[in-house]
Structure formats: structure tokens, C-alpha cells
Design a binder for this molecule. Sequence first.
Ligand SMILES: [Zn+2]
Length: 140
Amino acid sequence: MHELSVVFSVIKDVTEVARENNAPHINSVTIQLGKVSGVIPSYLKDCWKWAVSRKGDKTDDIIRGAELIVEPIEAITFCEDCKQTYDTIKYAKVCPHCGSENTFLYQGNEFMIKEIQVDDEMPAEFANQIDEDTPSPVME
Ligand SMILES: [Zn+2]
């Protein structure tokens, strides 16, 4: 996954939500990132810093200077044969309990916007905002 396009996509989503809620400015955005999602947290943060601090109207004022918080999600694989889970990063596709390769990624591929913190310090739950507000034509 390309971190910069990810960053622009997140910025687009969160600025839309902030506008719908008449928030003047976004303080921080919290993202849940799976450890095998292919997105590198440090690179993601660098791209974010650049994207929210560009000169003039290249950066929307509503997101200017906002902080990106990354919450890592552990990568866990489930084994179909012995029905146990294990650390994906350590053992990859082969189950350390029984040696089977009949396994699948249970979690660790996530990329989710968890929370948007706006200037009045009221955390906006991203998913809830979309559900509760007037339905957006994009989401239907
Ligand atoms: Zn197994």
C-alpha cells in the first residue's frame, strides 16, 4: 500500500466528517493499523506531517497541524487443523502447534479510522458519526 495515497484518503474522510459536524478544526486522528497491513507506521506519520503542513491552501485549514495517532493491532493467524492461534510475524503460514499450513490471517490486516479529536475536546467516533447523521449519498 502506498502511504501517501493512504494519508490523502484519510484526510479526505476525516475533513468530511468534521465539516458535517461543524467542527472548526481537527486536533488528532487515531488510526488502528494491523502489523501485517503493509503500511509502515513511521513512514505513514512522515507523510501525514507533510500533508497537514503544506503552505497556503494546499492543506485544508480544518486539518492543519493535526496529529496522527497510530494504534498497532497484533497479527494473529488461526490454524484450521488444530484450531489454535499464533503470532503471524513470528511463524508466518506454518502453525507452530501442529506444523499445518492450513492457516489464515485472523487479524492484523486492519486499517481503520478509530477516532477524530476536534478542538472542543469532544472525541468524535468515526463510525457513529456516519450512522447518526443525515445519510450521506456516498455511504448509501
Ligand atoms: Zn495447528
